[in-house]
Design a binder for this molecule. Structure first.
Ligand SMILES: Nc1ccn([C@H]2C[C@H](O)[C@@H](COP(=O)(O)OP(=O)(O)OP(=O)(O)O)O2)c(=O)n1
Length: 181
């Protein structure tokens, strides 16, 4: 994926896509092109994984990146003149609502193991859809809060590593405030 765009300046995230998606409405939408490209790639990558959904091996597709998701959603909202509704607080409400929808899929099931063994394809697809809604709103909320989410995640993980040194907390789920030394 990176090689494909190696002629572009790797520091400028706006150049990740071959044609930048503009914030204004674009009738011959490059979004559609990228959307189908992403979907195709996801389907190809997904086939191998879906053959054993409960198996141990799993990884995400490399694309779309969070920046690409941000742009796809920006174009989706621009095309519908919905930006007027997508202020930070509204996005937060929408995000929390979608988290609730994920919770609804798990409620009354008792403990669920990794890989969701025994779940139907239709229920698995519902989980994928609701988690996607969460992701879409989270990315847009981060954008509206001017949080560069991928970099913020790296910074936060470094903080987490320092707060919970592996040597100290190995095998324990205690909160950092519970350690006495
Ligand atoms: N004002 C809106 C409405 C929808 N969406 C997008 C982002 C979410 O990915 C998805 C949410 O759509 P719905 O509110 O229809 O919620 P669901 O898809 O979860 O439908 P339902 O609530 O029927 O399960 O659509 C958006 O960006 N802005």
């Amino acid at each position: 994926f990176l090689e494909k765009f190696s002629h572009l300046n790797p520091i400028d995230t706006r150049t990740v896509l071959p044609e930048p998606i503009n914030t204004h409405v674009n009738p011959a939408s490059s979004l559609v092109m990228h959307f189908h490209h992403f979907r195709r790639t996801a389907q190809q990558n997904g086939t191998a994984r879906r053959s054993d959904p409960e198996g141990g091996q799993f990884s995400f597709s490399a694309e779309p990146s969070l920046e690409q998701i941000r742009r796809l959603q920006a174009e989706f909202t621009e095309e519908r003149d919905w930006s007027q509704f997508h202020q930070p607080r509204n996005l937060l409400m929408a995000l929390v609502g979608e988290v609730g929808e994920v919770a609804e899929l798990f409620q009354w099931r008792g403990e669920v193991s990794e890989g969701l063994p025994g779940w139907s394809d239709s229920d698995r697809e519902k989980v994928a859809q609701e988690l996607s809604d969460v992701c879409i709103y989270l990315v847009e909320l981060a954008e509206k809060c001017r949080v560069d989410l991928p970099q913020a995640v790296l910074r936060k993980m470094e903080l987490n590593r320092r707060k919970y040194p592996a040597s100290k907390v190995h095998g324990s789920a205690k909160k950092y405030t519970e350690y006495t030394d």
